[in-house]
Design a protein around this ligand. Structure first.
Ligand SMILES: Cc1cc2nc3c(=O)[nH]c(=O)nc-3n(C[C@H](O)[C@H](O)[C@H](O)COP(=O)(O)OP(=O)(O)OC[C@H]3O[C@@H](n4cnc5c(N)ncnc54)[C@H](O)[C@@H]3O)c2cc1C
Length: 380
């Protein structure tokens, strides 16, 4: 056991990486609290479609209790391999390269599964931390009392407050590329768009990317049947669309939908209808920022995972995969320490050594793919 008592871990950030880690630690009997800045769990748009590769999918599976594996399998679908380049009338004008295969999952649905049974404190924005004389670490928050643990994990995304203290020299780069993302219920009206799913539609200096999310069983119903203790969101099939805008493009004062439609004059009517019928609560504008893991710090009772230390461009499709891989690797290293086979700092060091290597590679490969979508992106 961990020095004769139970190890305590504070995880900052209730994104995919932080929650997967917390689930894995909970399963191993390690005391884990999650602190999230948002005022509530569903306080903002979080529900886009992700493609997980086998490493990412296996990682999240291994962090979850085995009794939930049938539910996990029911709420995902296989990614189709075809990736074409189409013009705004949907004529094929090229191929995007080797198709992405993998497992498609809705981020919001997966996040709800990962939240089940965890202690998550919302409205808890970390503002700083102190390493105490006994080697423990005390996290400070804007609107709640400090919390002390044996290990503090910054899983707080690209603007990580934990990283600002632990590794102030690691600063995010704004590529200048913006994208508008949203989703539209998948009805029969859009059957004619199916060849465009997974493809890139190019016109007028912008790219539109479409992807279908089709559930085998609606997630809420799947949970009721397979794991009644889990509550999943009541959502149906949808098409996720994302328009990548060139750097310096103005968005005027438009809604997300109108910003996209203003760049689709003369496009295929079904493509325009898809954006017109989008769900406005699930459409938003995002920036592409990257974090390159640079200099290592001396391993201690504070570490980072996911976008906090290696944020990639979403065009690489590996940000969530890498965050989940971190969560699973750190989980396994901490179990070694908790069971007395290694001390805590060596376990953290082992995790960081491996994470820095594959994390840097994930960022590099995502940036390599960005110019195909945004030729003027700022890469350094
Ligand atoms: C449109 C889009 C599509 C994508 N598609 C894919 C894909 O197909 N495949 C893939 O692998 N990846 C994809 N990604 C990337 C993926 O979503 C992210 O890389 C992944 O979610 C990162 O997880 P994370 O846990 O590190 O951080 P996040 O999910 O960003 O979570 C960080 C959390 O920390 C909280 N937080 C921030 N600051 C504080 C603070 N000071 N105190 C407390 N809490 C704080 C935030 O509110 C947030 O909840 C995509 C991203 C986008 C935007």
């Amino acid at each position: 056991m961990f020095w004769g008592c139970v190890m305590r871990v504070s995880v900052v950030g209730a994104g995919l990486g932080g929650l997967a880690l917390a689930q894995g630690l909970r399963g191993a009997g390690i005391e884990t609290d999650v602190f999230e800045r948002d005022p509530g769990i569903v306080a903002r748009f979080q529900g886009y479609r992700l493609v997980l590769n086998l490493i990412g999918f296996q990682a999240v599976r291994d962090c979850l209790p085995t009794r939930w594996h049938p539910l996990l399998d029911e709420i995902v679908m296989d990614a189709s391999a075809e990736q074409l380049i189409l013009d705004p009338q949907m004529n094929e004008i090229g191929k995007l390269g080797a198709g992405r295969t993998g497992i498609v999952v809705d981020r919001q649905v997966l996040r709800h599964l990962l939240l089940t049974g965890l202690t998550v404190h919302t409205d808890a924005a970390l503002t700083g931390y102190d390493v105490l004389g006994d080697g423990t670490v005390q996290a400070r928050f804007a609107r709640r009392d400090p919390a002390t643990a044996d290990l503090l994990v910054g899983a707080d995304g690209v603007t990580s407050a934990v990283r600002e203290v632990l590794s102030p020299q690691t600063i995010p780069t704004d590529t200048g590329v913006r994208f508008v993302i949203g989703r539209t219920p998948l009805t029969d009206e859009f059957a004619g768009l199916s060849k465009a799913y997974g493809s890139k539609i190019t016109g007028d200096g912008v790219s539109l990317l479409l992807g279908a999310m089709r559930f085998r069983t609606p997630p809420k119903q799947a949970a009721e049947q397979l794991a009644p203790e889990v509550t999943l969101p009541d959502i149906g099939d949808y098409v996720r669309w994302a328009m990548i805008l060139p750097p310096n493009g103005t968005l005027e004062d438009l809604t997300a939908q109108d910003a996209v439609l203003s760049r689709m004059e003369g496009w295929h009517p079904e493509l325009r209808a898809l954006i017109e019928q989008a769900d406005p609560d699930n459409s938003t504008l995002l920036s592409i920022r990257v974090v390159k893991p640079g200099e290592r710090w001396a391993s201690g009772p504070v570490t980072l995972l996911g976008d906090a230390i290696h944020a990639t461009s979403p065009t690489g499709g590996n940000g969530a995969n890498t965050a989940l891989r971190d969560a699973d690797l750190l989980r396994r290293c901490l179990i070694e320490a908790n069971e007395g086979r290694q001390d805590l700092l060596s376990a953290v060091h082992d995790y960081e050594r491996q994470m820095f290597e594959y994390g840097a590679e994930a960022v590099r490969s995502s940036l390599e793919k960005l110019p195909a979508f945004a030729p003027d992106a700022k890469l350094s």
